[in-house]
Design a protein around this ligand. Structure first.
Ligand code: E4P
Length: 308
């Protein structure tokens, strides 16, 4: 649906206006990848984070309550200790910590508390979904909290984004980062695809009238970021946001989240994501390629003929 040249020019226009993320004032040789996309680790396990950080692979971390639980936190105190250790290790790079309160006033108070744990804390705010917890809830709670935190000069990461309008509204509210969950969207589409559905922003609307499998349909659209066509509604979402943010010079960074495999990493980069947050087990596999291993073996064994 989007031709590749359109994404490329939108992404390029956007990146040249972004600040350099690698700047070393004392070096004469400018860094060749000053505005390259960054990689964050999507985990709260410090033993996963540390080696990736020391190797210079990641420059940020994203967490959420499920990742905290997976990292072993069974109480708020334990979650706080884990968060503080990650913040300290990663300083000055951003670490997203998600709000667990659901009322507007309580969320703002919790955000201020999390912000005191480290200057590099970024507050993760769900863009909506509060009606899932109470039918009386204000569906704009997340956006109002993002706005209030922007007014307090607190950086936010708008999370649980599943369509480009949510991303735009989060940016307009003042979100520093927007996190489209491309993997969850793709997973859902694979399970509930409905090819007859007409295209449009309603692509991302899940029909769930009676909460029965038969009533849930989602159109898995074509995307052409790598010369396509190939179906992946999640990547198409990244591409849409990149084009929209490029068109309107929006500086909120697109943090592609919920990544499931290597293919999605490449595709997110082609689609114009600013940052990718990737599970540690996927990041650890990246150096391995059978041809890299085979080539290294040959080079090493040939080097053994050189006498020292
Ligand atoms: C993003 O910041 C989230 O922590 C994460 O990417 C969610 O991914 P999941 O769909 O694998 O839970």
């Amino acid at each position: 649906m989007f031709p590749i040249h359109q994404t490329k020019s939108a992404a390029h226009a956007r990146r040249i206006r972004m600040p350099e993320t690698q700047s070393f004032p004392d070096k004469r040789l400018a860094h060749p990848a000053g505005r390259a996309p960054r990689i964050f680790a999507d985990t709260a396990v410090i033993d996963d984070i540390e080696p990736l950080f020391r190797a210079g692979i990641i420059t940020g971390v994203t967490t959420n309550p499920s990742l905290m639980k997976k990292a072993g936190a069974t109480s708020w105190d334990e979650a706080r200790d884990i968060s503080r250790r990650i913040l300290k290790l990663m300083e000055p790079y951003p670490v997203s910590l998600e709000l667990t309160e659901v009322g507007q006033r309580e969320m703002i108070a919790q955000a201020e508390q999390l912000g005191q744990w480290g200057d590099n804390a970024v507050i993760k705010v769900p863009v909506g979904g509060y009606i899932a917890l109470s039918s009386q809830a204000d569906p704009f709670t997340g956006l109002k909290v993002i706005r209030a935190l922007w007014e307090l000069d607190i950086r936010t990461n708008a999370t649980l984004i599943f369509n480009s309008t949510q991303a735009l509204w989060a940016a307009q509210a003042g979100a520093t980062f927007v996190s489209p969950f491309l993997g969850r969207l793709a997973d859902y589409a694979y399970q509930n695809d409905h090819p007859e559905r007409p295209p449009g922003n309603s692509l991302y609307w899940i029909e769930d009238h009676k909460n029965t499998a038969g009533d849930q349909h989602l159109f898995n659209s074509e995307y052409v970021a790598s010369g396509g066509p190939r179906k992946d509604i999640g990547i198409r979402l990244i591409q849409e946001i990149a084009v929209i943010f490029g068109n309107y010079d929006i500086h909120s960074e697109i943090l592609a989240a919920s990544i499931r495999n290597f293919a999605q990493i490449t595709e997110c980069l082609l689609a114009g994501a600013d940052i990718l947050t990737v599970p540690a087990d996927i990041l650890r596999q990246i150096p391995h390629h059978p041809l890299t291993e085979a080539g290294m073996k040959t080079f090493y064994s040939d080097s053994q003929v050189f006498t020292k």
